[in-house]
Write a protein that binds this ligand. Structure first.
Ligand SMILES: Nc1ncnc2c1ncn2[C@@H]1O[C@H](COP(=O)(O)OP(=O)(O)OP(=O)(O)O)[C@@H](O)[C@H]1O
Ligand SMILES: [Mg+2]
Length: 233
């Protein structure tokens, strides 16, 4: 059974639908890249999955439980981690305090140590105020915060957007290692080719729908996907 299922998902911020019937499924340990042009509805889909979209119909199912209308905090406790496109951290708190304040964590100290091993740049800056971090470091902190509860599904909205090109590979490698441990990852990325290269499957959104989907290597080799969405390099 899929960990996460999205069925005929529609909705938006007002009476206008931004999502026009999205279907997708995600298994444990699987990385699904969501690509598509600006404004295609990728972040809106992420918000619907984590419970931040004001109006939704259709179904979001986590481990067989319908969570379509469940409050965001309960989804977080139920196993969905989320890193929004604009990283939200507490700027006045130190890096380690940003991790300490996450609720619903077992073995808090051990988990923080594990995450500092995964994010060495954060370990080096653990006593610095989060507000003084670079955009990329802040993104890492938001990511580490989302992982504190050991979620079964992680929704990452453009995790590499604020990163210098040299750091992108590291960041995607971290995503890949997360999936190796059994976490399911919904990975929204502008750098679609690089993201597909570490993914099992991909879905390309256009106009609030999934326009193309399939195995990552099939999409990477697809001429039409390249012409319309991915580019040729
Ligand atoms: N808070 C909001 N209120 C109203 N409309 C919004 C809001 N956020 C996004 N939209 C609209 O929803 C549509 C889809 O936006 P969304 O942010 O989901 O696209 P995206 O695929 O994530 O784009 P990008 O690649 O630029 O991040 C756009 O037309 C956008 O203007
Ligand atoms: Mg977006």
């Amino acid at each position: 059974m899929s960990v996460l299922c999205v069925e005929d998902l529609r909705g938006g911020y007002s009476e206008v639908d931004i999502l026009n019937g999205v279907d997708l499924a995600l298994d444990a340990g699987e990385i699904l890249t969501i690509a598509g042009t600006n404004g295609a509805g990728k972040s809106t889909l992420a918000k619907a999955v984590v419970g931040l979209l004001p109006r939704v119909c259709g179904r979001v199912v986590l481990d067989g439980v319908d969570i379509t209308h469940m409050p965001t905090e309960r989804r977080a406790q139920g196993g969905i981690g989320y890193v929004p496109q604009v990283a939200n951290v507490f700027p006045s708190l130190a890096v380690f305090e940003n991790l300490e304040v996450v609720e619903g964590v077992r073995d808090r100290k051990a988990r923080i140590a594990e995450l500092f091993a995964l994010f060495p740049a954060l370990a080096e800056r653990k006593r610095m105020r989060a507000g003084s971090l670079s955009g990329g470091e802040r993104q890492q902190l938001a990511y580490a915060r989302a992982l504190m509860t050991r979620p079964r599904v992680v929704v990452l909205d453009e995790p590499t957007a604020a990163l210098a090109p040299a750091l992108v590979k590291d960041s995607l490698a971290r995503v890949a290692s997360l999936a190796t441990d059994g976490t399911a990852v919904l990975l929204i990325e502008q750098r679609a080719r690089q993201a597909l290269a570490i993914s099992h499957r991909g879905a390309i959104m256009d106009g609030g729908r999934v326009a193309m989907s399939g195995a990552a290597d099939t999409l990477l080799a697809d001429e039409r996907a390249a012409d319309l969405y991915l580019g040729h390099i």
